[in-house]
Design a binder for this molecule. Structure first.
Ligand SMILES: Cc1cc2nc3c(=O)[nH]c(=O)nc-3n(C[C@H](O)[C@H](O)[C@H](O)COP(=O)(O)O)c2cc1C
Length: 306
């Protein structure tokens, strides 16, 4: 068995296979379907200051090699997260990364201050600055270097835990946003969130999603995610967490070769909630077959033609 341990900032993770925000609930929903303790980390659903109902249905549709969602950050709100979930996380041996979303800097700050004011085992925060499905906030930060830097800097002043800024692919230059996050003190960036997409029913002549546009995820976006990770890896000095269309151990290895230190599995969890166990096993096999002792040996090792 290869050593799959990865280190990000001052945290060490048993393996680089994590589950992505919004695709695994709060990590406590289906203990009979998957042993969460075998995961490198659980990134929990985006949490806002107040509970949110999200967007009206229909808010999910299948698309070729993927799905489009417009959930709109439905979540239980930070107070319930602190009261009901943090105590459960004390009993897990996997690391918890809390994903936070907000409509302005104040909301992100308030949520983080509330969590920091209580004792908890969470390893860090993933900051969602890339949600395409809400009218205010979210992606407004992720498309603007200055706003990204301002938010990162503010949050850096509140916590010593990991700060991972989650980047959007819906920008002209993802690297400049990543560099802004790095300069302002982020420990890592994760990429990518969903890609803006649309689905139309030719028979009814209707858009399938209530909000017209939604976020495309699944294997359809893997090439976009790989390119984003590779571009970020070439310019940034902090770790990159790869996301987008991962279904197999080979997909995970491809992201690591592109430059990812760890990866997150999203949409694939809906088809098979225990898929991460297969991914960890097949990553191990792949490493053994190539005589590698550490998964970290893959990071950034892709060979390119030019
Ligand atoms: C139904 C659904 C809900 C999601 N909710 C969130 C969320 O609350 N916060 C967030 O940062 N990303 C959210 N995402 C984005 C995923 O975390 C991930 O970045 C994206 O789906 C790409 O990975 P995948 O192709 O493996 O699904 C959501 C994705 C889906 C499909």
């Amino acid at each position: 068995m290869a050593n799959l341990t990865v280190t990000i900032g001052n945290e060490s993770f048993d393996n680089p296979i994590w589950v992505a925000s919004g695709t695994f609930g709060y990590g406590t929903e289906a203990p009979e379907l998957v042993d969460v303790n075998q995961l490198g980390a659980i990134v929990t659903k985006s949490i806002t200051r107040q509970p949110r109902e999200g967007n009206p249905p229909p808010r999910i549709v299948e698309s070729p090699s993927g799905m489009i969602n417009s959930i709109g950050l439905a979540n239980i709100g930070v107070e319930k997260y602190i009261k009901e979930l943090l105590p459960i996380y004390e009993g897990l041996s996997t690391k918890i990364i809390m994903n936070i979303a907000g409509i302005d800097i104040q909301e992100y700050v308030e949520i983080m201050e509330m969590v920091e004011s209580v004792s908890s085992v969470i390893a860090g925060y993933e900051i969602n600055i890339s949600c395409p499905n809400v009218k205010k906030g979210g992606m407004e930060f992720g498309v603007d270097c200055e706003m990204t830097a301002k938010l990162t800097e503010k949050l850096r002043g509140i916590t010593e835990r990991l700060i991972i800024m989650k980047l959007s692919p819906n920008v002209s230059d993802i690297v400049s946003i990543g560099l802004s996050a790095e300069k302002a003190g982020a420990d890592a960036v994760s990429a990518i969130n969903t890609v803006v997409g649309m689905s139309i029913n030719a028979k009814t002549e209707m858009s399938d999603i209530y909000t017209t546009y939604g976020g495309l995820s699944g294997p359809a976006i893997k090439p976009i995610g790989l390119a984003a990770v590779h571009k970020l890896y070439k310019k940034l000095g902090i770790p990159i967490i790869g996301i987008g269309g991962i279904v197999t151990g080979e997909d995970a290895a491809e992201y690591m070769l592109a430059g990812a230190t760890a990866v997150q599995v999203g949409t694939a969890n809906f088809r098979h909630p225990g898929i991460t166990e297969n991914i960890i096993d097949s990553l191990n096999t792949l490493l053994n077959d190539s005589n590698r002792s550490f998964s970290s040996e893959l990071i950034g090792k892709v060979r390119t033609h030019s």
